[in-house]
Design a protein around this ligand. Structure first.
Ligand SMILES: CSC[C@H]1O[C@H](OP(=O)(O)O)[C@H](O)[C@@H]1O
Length: 360
């Protein structure tokens, strides 16, 4: 195994999986359909607004940064089919942006991406009020591709920062925070990848992550593909693994982090954090700065997506509960800052309470 002394953080030399792409002819959003993994790799090419919106809503593409990247490229692709007169183009562009914003409420990266595209068009119009629609489309394309490149750079950089923090031994993960959840490399799983590349002797304990199994379907798929040692566990086994002393740290992603360091992430993350606190094991959150929402004072203000009851009742296509049993299905929970050892970003590793100062 090659021992890497320095990690390559250049997004232009990244050779790993990129689940969200602009097709070579620039006219379609290309997505790896994550609903089909790990059974098969199916790539979709989408150019219609409703298809792109539904792909986000159905977790065909998922993961906070990946959702932002898909919305950015998707909005540019949709703009190609909008009217050629500036007023109509802008009106329909805003309507398309609103539709994408209405897909999933928790991952702030979605709104960061859409705001970046809107701001870029408005800046172009400020400089050139009569700008042709073709010019506005070019601004959208450049901004979308820059958003994707910047996300990949952030993941590679935070991977390097986090690798220095991750101990050898058992590392507990929850949900999927790998290349599939981002523009490549990953956030929490990107830290694992970077630490492994530096020679850290680690073994990942992969929470399967009910109800949609992003851990068993996606994280295990990524780790097996990369040859990184791992063991898949049911979510209800994490406590026992910690009690046995088999876990030396936990690392998770985030969908939105508030100014005080409270972090929203996949449902079950709060449980992992409480278990880590009880067992005196460090609990890290890894996320690009685009996931940090300094406009929110605390996690209490983070919108939590409630998803379909059948995601809980039905498993593997078969009903696993009475069809009429009432269900709660919040897709995320909030881990309070006091349970978080450090927040790993491309700007470095912060204590939760340091974010507000760092963000100025
Ligand atoms: C790298 S952030 C990934 C983040 O998104 C996941 O949610 P979902 O699969 O519903 O999009 C989960 O919260 C992960 O931590």
């Amino acid at each position: 195994m090659t021992i890497t002394t320095k990690l390559d953080t250049n997004p232009d030399t990244y050779a790993g999986l990129r689940p969200v792409q602009l097709r070579e002819d620039g006219r379609a959003l290309v997505l790896l359909d994550q609903r089909q993994l790990p059974r098969e790799s199916v790539w979709l090419e989408l150019d219609a607004l409703e298809d792109i919106a539904v792909a986000i809503e159905t977790l065909t593409v998922r993961g906070a940064p990946a959702i932002g990247c898909a919305a950015a490229i998707g909005l540019y692709v949709v703009s190609l089919g909008l009217p050629e007169t500036q007023a109509e183009f802008l009106a329909e562009l805003e309507a398309a942006s609103a539709r994408l914003a209405d897909t999933r409420p928790t991952a702030v990266n979605l709104f960061v991406a859409l705001d970046q595209l809107r701001a870029a068009v408005q800046e172009q119009l400020r400089r050139e009020p009569e700008a042709e629609v073709a010019k506005l489309r070019e601004v959208l394309r450049a901004t979308a591709l820059d958003h994707v490149r910047e996300d990949l750079r952030a993941c590679l950089e935070l991977g390097a920062h986090g690798a220095a923090k991750l101990p050898a031994g058992g590392i507990l993960t929850h949900c999927n925070t790998g290349a599939l959840a981002t523009s490549g490399h990953g956030t929490a799983l990107g830290v694992v990848r970077s630490a492994w590349a530096l020679g850290t002797k680690l073994h990942v304990f992969v929470d399967e992550t009910r109800p949609l199994l992003q851990g068993s379907r996606l994280t295990a798929w990524e780790l097996v593909h990369d040859g990184i040692p791992c063991s898949l566990i049911c979510d209800n086994m994490a406590g026992a693994m910690l009690a046995r002393g088999e876990i030396q740290a936990a690392i998770v992603g985030a969908d939105r982090i508030a100014r005080n360091g409270d972090a929203a992430n996949k449902i079950g993350t709060y449980t992992v954090a409480v278990l880590c606190k009880h067992h005196g094991v460090p609990f890290y959150v890894a996320a690009p700065w685009t996931t940090i929402d300094l406009s929110l004072a605390s996690g209490a203000a983070i919108p939590i997506e409630e998803r379909s009851p059948d995601e809980v009742r039905v498993h593997g296509g078969a009903l696993r509960a009475p069809a009429t049993v009432p269900v709660r299905n919040p897709a995320f929970d909030v881990t309070p800052a006091e349970l978080i050892t450090g927040i790993i970003t491309e700007r470095g590793v912060f204590e939760p309470g340091q974010l507000a100062r760092a963000g100025r």
